[in-house]
Ligand binder design. Structure first.
Ligand code: NI
Length: 146
């Protein structure tokens, strides 16, 4: 099994808060991330795909096509957007990195068969700040809606 990784970049704003809580509760739990007027991050999205090497191409998956698919399916929908207000797949969800990465996984996993019948989504890393990132291997099935 070979693992190939593509990285893409985007900027997005969010406000991390629970709408069923008071402002005081949100401030206590989320701190300035609950700032009413939102705040932004320079995100990096790393996507690792695994599979056999295709004998005709020598590729697991064409990484340029993987990048194009990431852009069309995810980046174009979130870049320079507000995750709370502008992004369909984040509606009704607290826009934490944890919830965000699960949504991204679901979108990419559904699209990957367009690029390869043998490659599988293996791993996603979403970097929010130089200090914080989240990783996901598709192993979570908990409730995510508010
Ligand atoms: Ni934030």
């Amino acid at each position: 099994m070979i693992y190939v990784t593509r990285k893409e970049h985007f900027n997005a704003a969010h406000r991390v808060y629970n709408p069923s809580w008071t402002d005081e509760e949100n401030l206590r739990v989320f701190g300035i991330c609950a700032n009413q007027n939102f705040h932004g991050h320079n995100f990096e999205l790393w996507v690792t795909v695994k599979g056999p090497i295709h004998p005709d191409t020598g590729f697991v998956v064409d990484m340029k096509k993987l990048g194009d698919m990431m852009k069309e399916a995810v980046i174009d929908k979130v870049d320079h957007r507000n995750l709370n207000l502008d992004v369909d797949f984040m509606q009704g969800i607290i826009p934490s990195c944890e919830n965000f990465i699960v949504q991204i996984w679901n979108i990419l996993a559904a699209r990957l068969p367009e690029l390869s019948s043998t490659a599988q989504l293996h791993y996603i890393k979403l970097i929010e700040t130089p200090k914080n990132y989240v990783e996901y291997y598709g192993e979570y099935s908990g409730s995510k809606t508010l």
